[in-house]
Structure formats: structure tokens, C-alpha cells
Design a protein around this ligand. Structure first.
Ligand code: HEC
Length: 105
């Protein structure tokens, strides 16, 4: 059996064991409306005052999302996003941060 087939089989087994497929970062990013302000891959904010988030480090992105959600980060622009974050759980934030960090800047 070739290595490629073994890897494909291992992935298939792993995915069937892990149960229902959870929404990926790309789906959540659209579903939670992040795309409306930050652009398709986090690289085209709708306003110059909004940050580009695609390709930023995963840990940084997650920390900023949490801080905006809790209000620890609070400036004249934070409120626009804070309202959305009430509808985003910690695990959803982590999934989105992981996906965003892999987008190009
Ligand atoms: C209504 C517009 C809006 C929406 C919707 C929105 N954001 Fe934001 N986001 C902003 C603004 C404005 C800031 C800058 C806020 C600040 O400086 O505190 C920001 C900041 C961020 C930051 C910090 C960036 C940095 O460089 O520090 C991250 C990460 C982020 N948003 C991710 C998301 C994710 C993920 C979603 C969807 C769950 C989302 N945003 C939805 C407007 C929005």
C-alpha cells in the first residue's frame, strides 16, 4: 500500500471517529458576519480605520477577539465589533483565529 493511500485511510478513520463535522473557520467567518467589516479573507477591511486581520498570528488574533468581547480592549472603534462578539463562543473564536492566521496578508 502506498504512503498516500495510508495517509488517506488514516484521515478517513480519524474523521469518522471524531463524529459530526464542526463548522470550519471559513464558514464561521461568513456566518458570524466578520466578512462584512474585515473583507473576504480578512485582508480588505471596509473602512480604512478597520484592521486587516488575515495572516496575523493565531495567538494575537484570539487574544484581541477576547479582549474586544470582554471590553478589556475598548477604543472608539471597538464597539462596532463588540456587538458581534456576543454571538461568538470561545471555541468559535479559536477556530476562526486558526483559519485567519493561514490567510495571506
Ligand atoms: C461591524 C464591523 C465588524 C465586525 C462585524 C467584526 N469586526 Fe472585527 N473589528 C472591527 C473593528 C472596528 C476593529 C478594531 C477595534 C479596536 O480597535 O478595538 C476590529 C478588530 C478585530 C480584531 C483585532 C485586530 C487587530 O489587529 O488587533 C480581530 C482579530 C477581529 N476584529 C476579528 C473579527 C472576527 C473574527 C469577527 C467575526 C466574528 C469580527 N471581527 C467582526 C470591526 C468589525
Amino acid at each position: 500500500m502506498s504512503i498516500a493511500i495510508k495517509i488517506a485511510l488514516a484521515a478517513l478513520i480519524a474523521s469518522s471517529v471524531s463524529g459530526p463535522v464542526l463548522a470550519g473557520g471559513a464558514d464561521l467567518y461568513v456566518e458570524k458576519n466578520c466578512i462584512a467589516c474585515h473583507g473576504a479573507n480578512g485582508d480588505k477591511p471596509v473602512m480604512n480605520a478597520y484592521p486587516r486581520i488575515g495572516g496575523q498570528s493565531e495567538m494575537y488574533l484570539l487574544a484581541q477577539m477576547k479582549d474586544i468581547k470582554t471590553g478589556a480592549r475598548n477604543n472608539s472603534h471597538s464597539l462596532a465589533m463588540k456587538n458581534v462578539m456576543g454571538n461568538v463562543s470561545d471555541s468559535e473564536m479559536a477556530t476562526i483565529a486558526g483559519w485567519l492566521s493561514k490567510q495571506s496578508q
